[in-house]
Design a protein around this ligand. Structure first.
Ligand SMILES: [Zn+2]
Length: 288
């Protein structure tokens, strides 16, 4: 099966059309769906199924955020700022099928919100305000940083290795609040017997990945509200199993349900707690 990039220099130029939050969300959703379909199609072929017709991907420098002519330098005009994890399996532009000049990306292990990271986002909000329509926090399933935080929560003896390095410790400490909140939510939704479930560590990690993204989103929303930024903060989790981004475990986003793809950041601690319980319910339901 051939995958072909095709450029027709005489075809009409198609500029990026993102004019508001909704079109920014729709563009990210469309890109994530294209990415999932492409990988799905390749995996089908691996199994000898599906069509082996060539897959042609139209290519246009303007639509890809590249200069049309040699020597041109474009100004920076991302439509979304994204705080994501450094995990090598989650390249931000690729999973949203976006190209040059589309996304202002910050990647830190566990997608935690540090001071320098916040400074970069403030820069984007201030200097790229015209094109920027959205701020996104993106977690992912099986996140190593969240797994480490869960492990130190459940087995404090493991803390010695992490305590050795201040920088690593501060990273794990930042995720602890999400882990504790997730443990509480699982207890509320699943009863006290949940802690003795043989899959408890797995359930706690699955819940904490979502809650951790929500914690960063809540903090970021508060920061941006104080600065009177017009861009809303949304969040979600990239799931390795389905290659899709979702606001809740098992949710399926669509053009008519963008909130299932990336949800609005909690406005206050009560909304965060309610969200943690919703995630715990979904995780427990999927484990039945
Ligand atoms: Zn990660």
């Amino acid at each position: 099966m051939d995958v072909i990039y095709r450029y027709d220099p005489f075809a009409p130029l198609v500029p990026r059309e993102v004019t508001d939050t909704e079109s920014a969300l729709a563009r990210l959703l469309g890109g994530n769906q294209r990415f999932g379909e492409l990988v799905g199609r390749l995996q089908e072929r691996t199994m000898g199924r599906g069509s082996d017709e060539p897959l042609v991907i139209p290519m246009c420098p303007v639509a890809w955020g590249l200069p049309l002519f040699q020597g041109q330098v474009l100004s920076q005009t991302p439509f979304a700022a994204i705080l994501a994890c450094s995990d090598a399996r989650v390249p931000t532009e690729t999973i949203f099928d976006q190209w040059f000049n589309d996304l202002f990306v910050l990647r830190l292990a566990g997608n935690v919100l540090g001071a320098e990271c916040l400074g970069s986002l403030h820069y984007a909000i201030k200097h790229l305000a015209e094109s920027l329509e959205l701020v996104v926090v993106l977690g992912h399933s099986n996140c190593g940083a969240v797994q480490a935080a869960v492990s130190t929560y459940l087995s404090p003896t493991n803390f010695a290795d992490i305590a050795y390095t201040y920088s690593l410790r501060s990273l794990i400490d930042q995720i602890q609040i999400a882990v504790r909140g997730s443990a509480h939510a699982l207890h509320e939704e699943g009863g006290s017997r949940i802690r003795t479930d043989e899959k408890y560590q797995e359930l706690l990690t699955a819940t904490a990945v979502y809650v951790n993204a929500a914690v960063s989103a809540l903090e970021l929303r508060r920061e941006l509200t104080e600065r009177k930024a017009r861009q809303p903060v949304v969040f979600g989790v990239y799931d390795f199993g389905t290659l899709s981004v979702k606001a809740l475990p098992g949710a399926v986003g669509s053009a008519t349900n963008l909130a299932a793809f990336l949800g609005a950041a909690p406005a206050n601690p009560d909304e965060l707690s309610a969200y943690a319980r919703e995630v715990a319910r979904a995780v427990l339901r999927m484990n039945e």
